[in-house]
Design a protein around this ligand. Structure first.
Ligand SMILES: CC(=O)N[C@H](C=O)[C@@H](O)[C@H](O)[C@H](O)CO
Ligand SMILES: CC(=O)C(=O)O
Length: 332
């Protein structure tokens, strides 16, 4: 049984896997990356080898080494390190789950298998159960991301009775825009101490209203500080500040943080939000080289990186320096 440890809450950064220009993993910057998240963004939880981390584009031995590096460098600095261990091969997934336990990770998360797919909730739960059983002392999270897995089984159904099947089940990472399904997950599990982690960053405020207890996302790598202020305002039940996070009321509604976060994410979405975009933006904002993604081909992403810098520097609503310093009040 999982030890009832501290509940995972607040912001969780979906970490990028830094790479060299040749596409090899650049382990040497992970320590610096931990410090950046903690000191500059106020983010102390991470989700490793997920979508943003390109977990499914890495080899199993790379995934093991990446997980080890984050756990080692995060020791005494981070609150929780959750490792995504989903894979098409149950054996590989179990191997990664066991490995996560051995290295002292704080939890594991698993997506639905996405090639030969589970056709109903019981088949999916049985797969998740087999993975969870390989790490019987680690909190287990189901990572619901139907747009990418193609597994459209509603999360509400997956959660129904899951704790009886998976005793280590501790929460849901919900990366979908169906707020009805998300709200049902919260409502149907009120007596349980599950973590409800929302994964569509641009809709976080709406998800908080529906009962999200935290959020996992790519944008918390570089918008963590501002998003934390929104969470704090929400926590104080200060909804107008959450929506309009600013100390001076004489600014136009366009200068509000929520809308600035939204504008910024919208800008990235228009660039074609993906791992290469996230890597390029994080490199520019943090100064830590994230390199190209493993996929797609490196040349294309390097072209993108050059483009991204020019575009980021010419945003009409936010200066590059204000973005870097997290001064989203400066949004105009
Ligand atoms: C598909 C994907 O990568 N989703 C991320 C996490 O679940 C989010 O953090 C998005 O990157 C973000 O919400 C922007 O759309
Ligand atoms: C965003 C997220 O949670 C992931 O990259 O897996």
């Amino acid at each position: 049984m999982a030890s009832p440890k501290k509940k995972l809450q607040g912001l969780v950064a979906a970490t990028i896997t830094p790479m060299t220009e040749h596409g090899e993993i650049n382990f040497s910057v992970i320590g610096q990356y931990v410090d950046y998240l903690v000191k500059e963004q106020g983010v102390k939880n991470i989700f490793v080898n997920g979508t943003t981390g390109e977990g499914l584009s890495l080899s199993i031995s790379e995934r093991r080494r990446v997980a080890e590096e984050w756990v080692t460098k995060g020791r005494n600095k981070l609150d929780q390190v959750v490792i995504h261990v989903g894979a098409l091969s149950l054996k590989e997934s179990q191997e990664l789950a066991q490995h996560a336990a051995e290295i002292g990770a704080d939890g594991i998360a698993v997506i639905a298998p996405f090639f030969l797919k589970p056709w109903n909730k019981d088949v999916l739960i049985n797969f998740l159960k087999e993975v969870a059983a390989a790490a019987p002392a680690l909190p287990f999270y189901y990572y619901h991301i139907p747009a990418l897995t193609g597994v459209k089984i509603r999360a509400e159904e997956v959660l129904d009775g899951i704790q009886e099947k998976i005793p280590t089940f501790q929460g849901l990472k919900f990366s979908d825009t169906d707020l009805l399904d998300f709200g049902q997950c919260v409502d149907q599990n009120r007596q349980r101490q599950f973590a409800f982690l929302f994964g569509v960053d641009e809709q976080l405020l709406s998800a908080l209203v529906m009962g999200a207890t935290g959020a996992v996302g790519s944008t918390y790598n570089y918008l963590g500080k501002k998003t934390n202020q929104m969470l704090e305002a929400f926590e104080r039940k200060d909804f107008s500040s959450a929506l309009n996070h600013q100390s001076h009321s004489n600014k136009s509604s366009h200068s509000t943080v929520l809308f600035c976060i939204q504008r910024f994410i919208n800008f990235v979405v228009k660039l074609g939000f993906g791992v290469s975009q996230t890597k390029a933006i994080m490199t520019l904002v943090s100064g830590i080289p994230m390199g190209p993604p493993r996929l797609p081909l490196q040349k294309a992403s390097r072209e993108f990186t050059d483009n991204a810098e020019a575009k980021l520097r010419s945003l009409d609503f936010l200066s590059f320096n204000d973005l870097k310093d997290g001064n989203l009040e400066a949004c105009s």
